[in-house]
Design a protein around this ligand. Structure first.
Ligand code: ADP
Ligand code: MG
Ligand code: MG
Length: 922
């Protein structure tokens, strides 16, 4: 051997752990061979060979590769006792793609390779089954034609459908040897007409072309789109291997079949064999939805012995891999072969259930139970489902192929789905069946509905992987993609009509059906309980109202990390009082308005504290510039205009001694009149003019950097004092009622310790008063947001005053990059991401190298002056798993995120702890 790498490994030779080199499929074929499962013999051509081929601008196969392949073909001949290209006893093989990362259906596979006019006759003689032989032959011509010769699939389909129609066949099963032979002839014709050449007869030439085609499919549009969508970088993905596997035939008659199965139900996680099979068929038929397959349980009657073997295979796979397996099998004349296995892709509820159950069964430990679920995956649990009280009558029912419900407008092809989806429309992709080419339509759609195919059809598998609802094989619906209608009995559904699909029951409804929010199952609670036990980082939620707090608690928040008091101001009943406060000309007038707001805020805090007891609640004092509570200038100008107009109209009518007519006064005047709400026109006008003057007075060149946060607290002390009083009085009431309360008062936008000391002085004074008035001890902590770069630099000094820090990473990221978020996201960030100048959007994913470094220094300096300083983060990034990992790394105490992200954050916090040794950051 020369010094070039070994490119080809027999299944007995390959290292089952080396997915990078052998691809996932290849590595597992080796592994299954090693543990003694019945796998047909074969070999793997490595991903290194693929990369070498793709690196060559002329696309030459690496030197010596095909010689090595021939050598392994010889060994395969010896093992099977057949000859490749030998008409007396032909060896047929499949040539299959398979990369390190599973990309189901994204690349190509060719079956029955090794057939030509002579070996075909040999196969007929040898098996005495011409129907089977012609079936294999026509399949091979079509697959090879499509994959290796790039002949459009439709050209074959058209010819095949024509033959079926002529003899009145409903499926390919109804075709006999003669028709299949005729189809093969027609296909050869199609190839010749399209390529200008005869179909290649030399089996080695076939093999070489197939290997190239599989390598090429790595760079095919489908595969490239898929990798982009799922952020699979070239480094992770690393090319495809090619698996050459001796054919076994599921299409040899009634004692043969092919199928796919999961060791557990991937839709629910239930511990039972789940799958589908087709009698007298070849592998790709099941997935392609050519015929609707039978549920695997029927095999218990139809082929009891095989069924028993399958159950045993299921046990062995799970015990070996300690993970739910998704496997392919074929039965050739009563003998079961396993053709592929991989970790099962399941939806989130199934992942959660299997984690908990496999732990209980002793298959995995808690650490594995937690680590096998990607935190983002839990997002699916937040999917709405149909309101259980909904009693609509389904229009049609198909197979419940991927759970959850969705409503949207019907679209009949993936491009339309993408186009309408981009405009923000909710669409349901409705097809006879889907193909890998439709993948972009899946991304855009809320759900998928097909009229043909089973639970393991392409549509079902892909939808489950994405966590989108799918109803498959709704045979009662006649979908006419060309005419863009779907017909169910009398009902005609057109593109754009709204339907609802329920992937948990298979029901399809016309129109939009009511949905409810999901609840947490017992298993999820168990799993997240395990997560909380291992995590060091706590998880709180951002919540502004008592209702929010209840929701946060349901999602398992361990406290509230950010309660924005301004949200309470925006309540329509309170806004006028807030406006009074802003318009006040004197401190006394302002105090009067605040006096009215105080009980409202106090009540809110009381209720939030009560809901969250005994957990901590961090209340942030007023942050946004106060003009945000006033209408916009243009709006006020328009309203004033209308009021003046109304005043003139009324004056004119008064001269004539008439009242304003109910109609005809002009919509504008009527609206103005309605807005008076008990005021006279003069009063209303005066108020609006006052507001306009105030808006103009408060106008700022850059509000983000303007008169806000603690700066307001210092210029208008009454506002902060009222809020501090509301918090402390609410806490006092809790104490009086025996409710464990843990309030934290937090000051926003601080850049110097002096500001903090200033506010702290109010707190101390009011705290003493409240304790005196209430006659109880009132606990509280005082702290600051860290969202200004100077605050980071002065962390040591700030920690002398603050008992806790909370990073506001939205503002801190803006300040660190000097990007204003809206401008960045609208104008240049997408391009920055596309060009790789910035990897992510720093407002979604914490920029660990810049903002993160600043945080790390801040924590370090802060704790140097106050060792027990509590530190958290309440920016949007606090719910993002990668950011959470970083927060764990720099020793934060908690993250705070929106309530629905809490479960994700809890799992991410556990992952961060369990995998802390692997973490690298510099
Ligand atoms: P995919 O990645 O699209 O599933 P595969 O390479 O797994 O592609 O093959 C497609 C289908 O052909 C599968 O159903 C598989 O089980 C079947 N198949 C592949 N190789 C063989 C073989 N040697 N004998 C019988 N069926 C095969
Ligand atoms: Mg497969
Ligand atoms: Mg902020």
């Amino acid at each position: 051997m020369s010094d070039r790498p070994k490119y080809v490994y027999d299944f007995e030779e390959g290292d089952g752990g080396d997915k990078r080199l052998l691809g996932g499929k290849g590595a597992n074929l080796c592994e299954m061979t090693r543990i003694g499962l019945n796998v047909p013999p074969g070999f793997v051509i490595t991903t290194e060979a693929c990369l070498a081929y793709l690196a060559d601008p002329e696309r030459r196969l690496p030197p010596g590769l095909m010689d090595e392949v021939r050598e392994h073909i010889r060994r395969l001949e010896a093992k099977t006792g057949k000859g490749f290209g030998d008409p007396a006893n032909p060896l047929l093989v499949s040539v299959r793609s398979g990369s390190a990362i599973s990309m189901p259906g994204m690349m190509d596979t060719i079956l029955n390779l090794g057939l030509n006019a002579e070996t075909l006759q040999g196969l007929i003689r040898q098996t005495g089954n011409p129907r089977f032989a012609y079936d294999a032959w026509r399949r091979f011509i079509q697959l090879f034609g499509k994959v290796a010769l790039k002949v459009p699939d439709e050209l074959f389909d058209e010819r095949f459908e024509a033959i079926k129609a002529r003899v009145g066949a409903r499926s390919d099963l109804d075709l006999g040897a003669d028709e299949l032979a005729e189809a093969a002839e027609a296909f050869l014709e199609v190839v010749r007409a399209h390529t200008g050449r005869p179909f290649p007869a030399d089996v080695h030439a076939q093999l070489e072309a197939a290997v190239r085609a599989v390598f090429d499919s790595w760079m095919g549009k489908r595969a490239v789109d898929y990798r982009r969508e799922f952020h699979i970088t070239p480094d992770i993905a690393n090319g495809t291997a090619v698996n050459v596997v001796a054919m076994v035939f599921g299409n040899m008659g009634e004692d043969s079949c092919t199928g796919v199965a999961f060791t557990r139900d991937p839709a629910t996680g239930e511990n039972r064999l789940f799958g589908e099979y087709l009698v007298n068929a070849q592998g790709e038929d099941v997935v392609a939805g050519i015929r609707t397959p039978k549920p695997i349980q029927e095999m218990a009657q139809e082929m009891p012995d095989i069924y028993r073997q399958l159950l045993e295979l299921r046990e062995r796979l799970e015990r070996h891999y300690r993970e739910v397996q998704d496997f392919e099998f074929t039965v050739e004349r009563g003998v079961l072969y396993c053709l592929q296995t991989r970790n099962g892709k399941m939806n989130a509820p199934a992942m959660v259930r299997t984690s908990v159950e496999m732990e209980r069964e002793g298959l995995i430990d808690r650490r594995q139970a937690l680590l096998r679920i990607r935190p983002e995956h839990l997002e699916q649990l937040l999917f709405p489902r149909l309101d259980p009280g909904f009693r609509g009558r389904p229009l049609a029912t198909g197979l419940p192929a991927s759970p959850g419900a969705a409503s949207g407008r019907i679209v009949f092809d993936a491009d339309t789905a993408e186009a309408r989806g981009r405009l923000g429309e909710k669409v349901i992709l409705v097809r006879v069946e889907t193909k890998p080419e439709d993948i972009h339509g899946f991304f855009a759609a809320q759900g998928i509905l097909t009229s043909r195919g089973g639970k393991t059809s392409h549509a079902a598998v892909v939808a489950r992987g994405m966590g989108k609802p799918c109803v498959a094989g709704a045979e009662g619906i006649r979908v006419d993609e060309a005419a863009r209608v779907a017909v169910v009995g009398e009902t005609v559904l057109r593109e754009g009509d709204v339907i609802t699909i329920d992937g948990s029951t298979g029901h399809v409804y016309a129109g939009e059906a009511p949905m409810v929010e999901p609840e947490f199952t017992g298993d999820l609670a168990t799993l997240l309980g395990w997560a909380d036990e291992v995590a060091r980082l706590g998880v709180r939620a951002n919540a502004d109202t008592p209702a929010d707090a209840e929701r946060a608690l349901r999602f398992g928040a361990q406290g509230i990390g950010l309660c924005r008091t301004e949200r309470m101001f925006n309540d329509p009943a309170r806004l006028p009082v807030v406006v009074d406060m802003i318009l006040a000309e004197t401190p006394e007038a302002r105090a009067a308005a605040l006096e009215r707001l105080l009980p409202m805020q106090r009540e809110d805090f009381y209720r939030i504290f009560k809901v969250m007891a005994p957990r901590p609640v961090t209340v942030r004092l007023l942050d946004p510039p106060i003009h945000e509570f006033l209408p916009r200038e243009e709006e006020l100008v328009r309203e004033i205009e209308a009021l003046r107009h109304l005043r003139e109209t009324l004056a004119g009518l008064a001269v004539l001694g008439q009242a304003l007519p109910a109609e005809g006064a002009g919509a504008e005047a009527a609206r103005a009149l309605a807005s008076l709400q008990g005021q006279t026109v003069e009063q209303a006008l005066a108020r609006k003019e006052g507001m306009l003057a105030k808006v103009r007075e408060l106008r700022e060149v850059n509000p983000m950097l303007g008169h806000r946060g603690v700066r307001l607290g210092i210029t208008y002390p009454e506002i902060y004092r009222m809020q501090i009083r509301a918090v402390l009085e609410a806490a006092a009431r809790c104490v009086q009622e025996g409710i464990a309360v843990d309030p934290e008062i937090m000051v926003p936008q601080v850049c110097t310790a002096k500001e903090l000391e200033y506010v702290r002085a109010y707190v101390d004074e009011i705290h003493a008063e409240v304790e005196r008035e209430a006659g109880v001890k009132v606990p509280f902590r005082f702290g600051t947001m860290i969202e200004v770069v100077r605050a980071c630099m002065r962390a040591g000094r700030l920690a002398e005053v603050a008992e806790f820090f909370s990073f506001g990473t939205n503002d801190l990221s803006q300040a660190t990059f000097s990007f204003s978020r809206e401008d960045a996201e609208n104008k240049f960030l997408p391009l920055y991401n596309e060009k790789g100048i910035l990897q992510d959007n720093p407002f979604e994913v914490l920029d660990v190298h810049g903002v993160g470094r600043l945080m790390q220094i801040t924590v370090e300096w802060g704790r140097r002056s106050r060792p027990d300083l509590k530190v958290g983060i309440c920016g949007e990034q606090g719910g993002h798993p990668e950011s959470i990992r970083f927060c764990h790394h720099i020793g934060l105490d908690y993250v705070s995120c929106s309530a629905p992200r809490v479960p994700i954050a809890r799992l991410a916090a556990a992952h961060a702890r369990l995998r802390e040794d692997e973490y690298r950051f510099d």
